[in-house]
Design a protein around this ligand. Structure first.
Ligand code: MIC
Ligand code: SF4
Length: 646
């Protein structure tokens, strides 16, 4: 039996386990990336491991999420990140150089390699034939230290593309259609691998846009083959030597095959407030929009920006709309300048911002009260924009610019003839925004501002757990619910005691005080608990407040891994109906938990103060069990180094 692309990359990086779906494997990681919001913690963790220099082929630290510098804290973080990158052999992409995923695709992505990034949209680089995965900062720190990445062998779903996208339709519409079909949990435990004749009609950045939002399906990664289109892209980026062809073998098998006829895709939009709440643009057209933004790691590439500029030739922005452009990278900006695209945008009334995440993570650009904001972003979780009761719709750049012109949600096909975009054969390549690490870092001092607090230490797991239900939540709780971001909270990412005051603040502002008083807390939740971001603060900060366990119907992959890394016991209901019999403030006791965990038991019995008894599943590898017993991954690694393994 032949191999698909995912299996080819996995088999060439496999250091533990076998490629049997669902079983634990460990992969050698070639490249890592971090961004500022997760990076400060990841580098503190890397330091705590105690290695002199990264052991990966390439590690890059990007500053893109928090560029507001509303006080010293953010600027201090930037200086810390720059100095620690130089110290440990890491490339540093300066603030304003661009969004990590766009820049990585342009300057570092390489077919056949593995990439682990402390950002959930790391799979974007799958557009260039890589196996790229998101993870918590601590897992990325371990990968930088040369440790393999542990996960369960994903199921590989084949997505067969046929046909060709019609005018005014683009990659974003394809992945929105898939989100409509599969939902935000349709990809959990899976890699989505694209194949078929339609693939060659998509550019590498189009593929990147599709791979990017594969994260919203809950997928571990999205993988495209490496073909002639990939070769041309790398050549245009002056990196042709990194190209190698990678295709699925003729007789490769997939767990499931989904067919998509690109010719039949229509403009799609995700309505408030979930990326899978998708309808055809036609179904919501005519709704007035107050803000339209083209940007984010999903849609801010050269073609996206130039397309908007071409549509705006001899047209202007509606007076009721704030039309904003967040370019993906300086390279995009510089190249868009050649054909006068930038001038067009400025002339038509666009507000051009610096290259970065900006409003996508609530760093500015909050929409006005009771208005629609139409964005080419990745996520429209409730309140993520910074405005309460926000109405954020996600769409393609074509739909965005058409709506900015008319002032109402508009099917771009109504504008008449679509502009033709030709991608540059050779991009202007300028790496001034990327600082290579020095060969000899001995004179480098790491600069730490007063907001950078040391990592908290955590106790090992006790023999028994006696917990109080601190909060009970529904299905699809996102990490934005658990640990919100935005301009008030993001500057606290290097300070766990301070950021922990905002845990669950959008759901229940009293939670932090209550948890601290209770001392030993369990959270009860529904399906797909912890979807969204890779931020480990959504595990680290609750643990700091005394959360010791979570009992839910199902978990999102990265969040579950983060819980384990910070010693929070992740359990699922053996019988989902038991969820209904638990209330906030119930006391739940798990006698003999430590022994059950270490003896490899798959279930534990939980006794409730309500009189009921439940069975909970421990779906954990042996390694997970050691980490949980030690109280955290760092405790376990340090004990291993000290020779006290197990
Ligand atoms: C996001 O899009 O939610 C973020 C902000 O990029 C996060 C990372 C973070 O919270 O720092 C992600 O996707 O992992
Ligand atoms: Fe940045 Fe938004 Fe992409 Fe996250 S989804 S990396 S916040 S642009």
């Amino acid at each position: 039996m032949g191999l698909n692309v995912t299996e080819k990359i996995i088999s060439s990086h496999l250091v533990e386990g076998e490629m049997t779906t669902g079983l634990p494997i460990a992969l050698r990681i070639d490249q890592t990336l971090t961004q500022d919001a997760t990076g400060t913690m990841a580098y503190l963790e890397f330091e705590a491991i105690g290695i002199d220099r990264v052991k990966t082929e390439l590690s890059v630290s990007y500053v893109d999420h928090n560029l507001l510098q509303s006080d010293f804290r953010n600027a201090d973080d930037h200086r810390f990140l720059q100095s620690i990158a130089a110290k440990y052999g890491i490339f540093f992409s300066r603030p304003g150089n661009g969004i990590c995923h766009q820049v990585h695709l342009e300057r570092f992505a390489a077919p056949g390699k593995t990439l682990l990034g402390s950002d959930s949209h790391t799979p974007t680089a799958g557009g260039c034939g890589m196996l790229a995965m998101g993870a918590g900062g601590l897992d990325v720190a371990m990968a930088m230290a040369g440790e393999p990445f542990h996960l369960n062998m994903p199921e590989v779903v084949g997505i067969r593309l046929t046909g060709q996208l019609q005018p005014w339709i683009s990659a974003k519409d394809v992945i929105l259609e898939l989100l409509r079909r599969l939902s935000v949990k349709g990809g959990v435990g899976k890699v989505m691998e694209y194949f078929g004749p339609g693939v060659e009609t998509l550019s590498v950045t189009d593929r990147g846009a599709i791979a990017n939002l594969g994260t919203e399906l809950g997928a571990t990664a999205t993988v495209f083959p490496s073909d002639e289109v990939t070769r041309k892209f790398l050549q245009g980026q002056e990196r042709a030597e990194l190209w190698q062809p990678i295709h699925a073998d003729e007789d490769a098998a997939f767990a499931q095959v989904i067919e998509i006829d690109l010719s039949a895709i229509e403009p799609m939009t995700a309505c408030p407030s979930s990326p899978d709440n998708v309808v055809k643009v036609k179904e919501v057209q005519g709704r007035p929009v107050a803000q339209v933004i083209i940007g984010s790691c999903a849609n801010s590439s050269y073609r996206d920006i130039v397309m908007a500029a071409k549509v705006l030739e001899n047209r202007k922005i509606n007076t009721n709309v704030s039309f904003e452009i967040n370019p993906g990278s300086r390279q995009v900006l510089e190249n868009a300048d050649i054909d006068g695209a930038l001038k067009n945008l400025i002339h038509a009334g666009a507000r051009i911002h610096q290259c970065g995440c900006l409003g996508c993570i609530g760093m500015g650009q909050a929409p006005a009260t009771d208005t629609i904001s139409l964005r080419t972003f990745t996520r429209n979780f409730p309140g993520r924009s910074g405005t309460k009761n926000d109405q954020v719709y996600l769409c393609s750049p074509e739909t965005a610019v058409a709506s900015a012109i008319t002032g109402v949600i508009t099917d771009p096909r109504d504008l008449g003839e679509a502009p033709k975009i030709t991608l540059p054969e050779k991009y202007i390549v300028n790496d001034n925004g990327i600082i290579a690490p020095p060969d000899d870092p001995s004179s480098i001092e790491i600069i730490r501002g007063p907001n950078i607090k040391p990592l908290p230490e955590f106790e090992p797991l006790p023999d028994d757990l006696d917990l109080t239900v601190g909060l009970k939540v529904d299905d699809n709780i996102t990490t934005d619910h658990i640990m919100p971001a935005g301009s008030k909270i993001l500057p606290l990412r290097s300070n766990v005691p301070a950021i922990s005051q905002y845990v669950f603040s959008a759901i229940d502002p009293d939670f932090p005080e209550r948890a601290k008083k209770l001392g030993s807390v369990i959270i009860v939740g529904g399906e797909n608990y912890g979807q969204g971001s890779s931020r480990e603060h959504a595990a680290l900060a609750p643990r700091y407040l005394g959360v010791k366990a979570k009992l839910v119907k199902s978990f999102a992959r990265i969040h579950k891994a983060n819980l384990i890394n910070f010693g929070i016991l992740p359990m699922t209901f053996e019988n989902a109906d038991d969820y209904d019999f638990i209330s906030q403030d119930d006391e739940l006791v798990i006698p003999g938990i430590r022994r059950a965990l270490l003896s490899g038991s798959d279930t534990v019995t939980i006794k409730s103060s309500s009189g009921a008894t439940f069975q909970a599943r421990l779906d954990l590898s042996q390694r997970d069990r050691f980490i949980l017993a030690a109280g955290s991954l760092l405790n376990w690694v340090k004990a291993k180094i000290a020779g006290k393994e197990g």
